[in-house]
Write a protein that binds this ligand. Structure first.
Ligand SMILES: Nc1ncnc2c1ncn2[C@@H]1O[C@H](COP(=O)(O)OP(=O)(O)O)[C@@H](O)[C@H]1O
Ligand SMILES: Cc1ncc(COP(=O)(O)OP(=O)(O)O)c(N)n1
Length: 264
């Protein structure tokens, strides 16, 4: 049996709903072997982020060397990277190891409102990581910052996605979770704009949706899917994990990655 491996480079979420923990759960349930390089520890739960402790950049570099020199990942997902120095190390290492299928989720602010990226991080991310990316997956507030466009409707999403397509990544997925209507995401790939439709699910527990979606896409790319199929399958996964209706914690709770077990 062939085993496909994927790597997540992201922050740890002590409550297990987002970050490294969400990524690993997603990769396992999507059938790939999961590895991690941790950029920061966060003390957070479903109500918010209390504090953040970044790892030293050299140590992030050591983690990446240890992974790439031994089990070469077929896809890499990048999530929370809070400082320019950490972004720089990731850029250097991914170029050195010629990483493939790189999915960059440009995490800036948690849904609870806490900042997860320091000043100028966005500029550095555009310069260092977007040119290495097979896909970037901003949500609407992140896309507004990165494109400079205000997004109020689907036409605005299309205009912003066009601008984001010029920032160096091979493809862009502008996520519609923060829109007021349906949860439709817009994929721009190979000069095409493809709407990935999604019914809005009335579940207030959406902690970690972005992490989960990007990890599911990375898993699908690791398994050899083309970009559109990888995104469509990941969208199905996130919809099922939301529909399962897990309700944990006092705030916006985590998704149910064990939904498929209900039918076993
Ligand atoms: N209430 C919802 N119903 C259905 N899909 C949702 C809902 N909220 C988010 N999503 C989906 O989850 C994924 C992550 O989107 P989003 O919440 O915008 O990202 P982030 O977590 O980075 O803010 C997208 O595919 C989005 O359409
Ligand atoms: C450690 C860590 N990384 C990322 C996030 C943000 O997660 P995201 O999937 O974008 O979802 P929300 O929690 O913002 O809905 C995080 N909170 N912590």
């Amino acid at each position: 049996m062939s085993v496909h491996a994927a790597l997540t480079i992201a922050g740890s979420d002590s409550s297990g709903g987002a970050g490294i923990q969400a990524d690993i759960k997603t990769m396992i349930t999507n059938g790939v072997y999961a590895m991690s390089a941790i950029t920061a520890l966060t003390a957070q739960n479903t109500t918010g982020v209390r504090s953040v402790m970044e790892v030293p950049p050299e140590f992030l570099g050591d983690q990446l060397d240890a992974v790439f020199e031994d089990i070469y990942p077929e896809a890499v997902k990048i999530g929370m990277v809070s400082s320019k120095e950490l972004i720089q190390v990731i850029g250097e290492k991914l170029r050195f190891y010629q990483a493939k299928n790189v999915v960059v989720d440009p995490v800036m602010v948690a849904s609870s409102g806490s900042s997860l990226m320091k000043n100028n991080g966005a500029e550095m991310m555009i310069k260092e990581l977007f040119p290495l990316a097979s896909l970037i997956t901003p949500n609407i507030p992140e896309a507004e910052i990165l494109s400079g466009c205000e997004i109020k409707n689907k036409q605005d999403m299309e205009a912003a996605a066009e601008k984001l397509s010029d920032l160096g990544a091979e493809a862009v997925l502008l996520k519609g979770g923060h829109s007021i209507s349906d949860a439709d995401d817009l994929l721009c790939v190979e000069g095409q704009k493809i709407w990935i439709r999604g019914r809005r699910i009335h579940n207030p527990n959406t902690h970690g949706t972005g992490c989960t979606l990007s990890s599911a896409i990375a898993s699908n790319l690791a398994k050899g899917m083309e970009m559109e199929e990888a995104v469509r399958k990941a969208k199905e996964y996130i919809s099922k994990a939301l529909e399962a209706g897990l309700d944990l914690g006092k705030g916006s709770g985590p998704l149910d990655h064990a939904f498929y077990m209900a039918n076993l």
